[in-house]
Design a protein around this ligand. Structure first.
Ligand code: SF4
Length: 455
């Protein structure tokens, strides 16, 4: 998911949030929503689909000085209107609105506990647990309510929370997902990625630290370190696939990391071919890196229809199958009669890769060697990336040679874990999560044995 928040008396906060969500659209395409307050009322507009679809009629009625927004990519709870965010509730202390990126690992237990105490849940998403904890907190100040609530939840979360007079941002103690702060016309912006700050014209100030809560109000921006000492564990997939290449996360440019992954792939694989192509868009930067080191020219051998959602992040397998065919097409004039190195960022289930290889061969490619800019994904994610069912992961049950046969490629090479570490040069490997490659989960997993690690 992508989250965005703004506190500003100088800007049209609803409009800034709209453009901020546009910049974060790659983080979720199932639903979008914006909540705004003018200090007295809270307005909420949300719906299913892309930002442009949900706000097709513009953003009428949403006026104020604080706004938060959300684009959704479902990992818990179905892709339904009731599960869209921000979530807004009225409780004894006033109104509160919340948007969440991540996945809580103890939501089921907390939900059962809250239901026993009389909470009634309106949605099937884990984020509602946080709203209920906040509304039920006996603490006096909002800040204390948030601190108390966050001490109860485990897993991955970046949050923006809005009341009538405050905007709060918080990042979980491991820092699984990114969150940064920017300055705009004397106001404050909090966003999942720096590309959203750039889009609204905000100046990047800094990343929110793991375990930190920042509070923006009329007196400025205040920081509270609410937990410390947990192992830092930024998700490596932000660099491989999820984040936009023009974002900088925790001091590491996503673009430079992807370029380095491609260079490393060229060195490690040693593959030779007539041309290098990418699976657009997330494989393109790595393919350029591959081309620079190998000397093999880069061409656009696959064309993407940019007007439909990313296949990996749609919730149903059925949608994924249909998505590949309508999303990508081979450029026959580029690949016909050529041996091809094709670079992609990952192989999750293998079905998409198989279809693309076939597409290239049907268009006349003489051979397709596939290079993947990540190691095999053998273990599920419990922190907000949709790979939580181990049996769906092709590398959980098949060896590389079997996967090569399954996708019909002439060769298949995965980037080594060491190569991946090297590519993300600004961040020490032991401060990141690589669990879907090595099963070293930084937090307790709720898998009940499903993840294959006995943890
Ligand atoms: Fe990211 Fe994998 Fe860790 Fe999930 S398990 S947070 S996808 S590195």
């Amino acid at each position: 998911c992508g989250i965005f928040g703004i506190y500003s008396r100088q800007n049209n906060v609803a409009l800034s949030t709209y453009w901020g969500l546009y910049a974060l659209q790659h983080r979720g395409q199932e639903s979008a929503g914006i909540a705004v307050t003018d200090g007295c009322h809270m307005d909420l507009q949300r719906g299913m689909g892309l930002v442009g679809e949900v706000f097709r009629q513009g953003i009428p009625g949403l006026k104020g000085h604080i706004a938060i927004g959300h684009v959704r990519y479902s990992t818990t709870g179905s892709s339904l209107l009731m599960n869209t965010q921000p979530l807004t509730v009225t409780y004894s202390g006033g109104n509160i609105s919340l948007a969440h990126n991540g996945n809580l690992t103890n939501a089921r237990e907390l939900r059962a506990e809250l239901e026993k105490k009389g909470s009634v849940f309106q949605t099937s998403i884990d984020s509602e647990v946080i709203v209920n904890l906040l509304a039920r907190s006996g603490k006096k100040t909002l800040e204390d309510k948030v601190v108390e609530s966050l001490s109860r939840i485990h897993g991955a979360y970046c949050l923006v929370i809005m009341t009538e007079d405050k905007l709060i941002g918080a990042r979980d103690p491991h820092g699984f997902r990114p969150l940064c702060v920017g300055r705009l016309n004397g106001g404050w912006v909090i966003a999942s990625e720096s590309c959203a700050l750039d889009t609204v014209g905000a100046e990047f100030v800094r990343d929110v630290a793991p375990g930190e809560m920042v509070v923006a109000d009329d007196t400025g921006l205040h920081s509270y370190q609410i937990s410390a000492g947990d192992k830092r564990a930024l998700c490596v997939f932000e660099y491989i696939y999820f984040a936009r290449p023009d974002s900088v996360i925790d001091g590491q440019s996503v673009y430079q990391a992807r370029l380095a992954m491609g260079r490393q792939l060229a060195k490690e694989s040693g593959y030779q071919a007539d041309i290098v192509i990418s699976v657009p868009d997330s494989g393109t930067t790595a393919a350029l890196g591959f081309s620079h080191v190998s000397g093999i020219p880069f061409y656009e051998g696959l064309m993407k229809n940019r007007y439909i959602g990313r296949t990996f992040i749609q919730p149903e397998q059925k949608n994924r199958d249909l998505g590949v065919r309508i999303k990508l097409n081979a450029v026959e004039s580029v690949v016909k009669g050529k041996s091809v190195v094709m670079v992609d960022d990952s192989i999750v289930r293998g079905t998409t890769s198989g279809k693309i290889v076939r597409m290239l061969k049907d268009a006349g490619a003489t051979s397709v060697q596939m290079c993947v800019s990540s190691p095999p994904i053998g273990f599920p994610c419990f922190y907000g990336i949709d790979t939580s069912v181990r049996k769906e992961l092709i590398a959980a049950t098949k060896k590389t040679e079997e996967i090569r046969q399954f996708i019909g490629a002439d060769a298949l090479y995965y980037l080594s874990l060491e190569g991946l570490h090297k590519s993300i040069a600004n961040i020490p490997p032991d401060t990141m999560c690589y669990a879907c490659f090595n099963s070293e989960y930084p937090d307790q997993t709720p898998c009940g044995g499903d993840c294959g690690t006995n943890k």
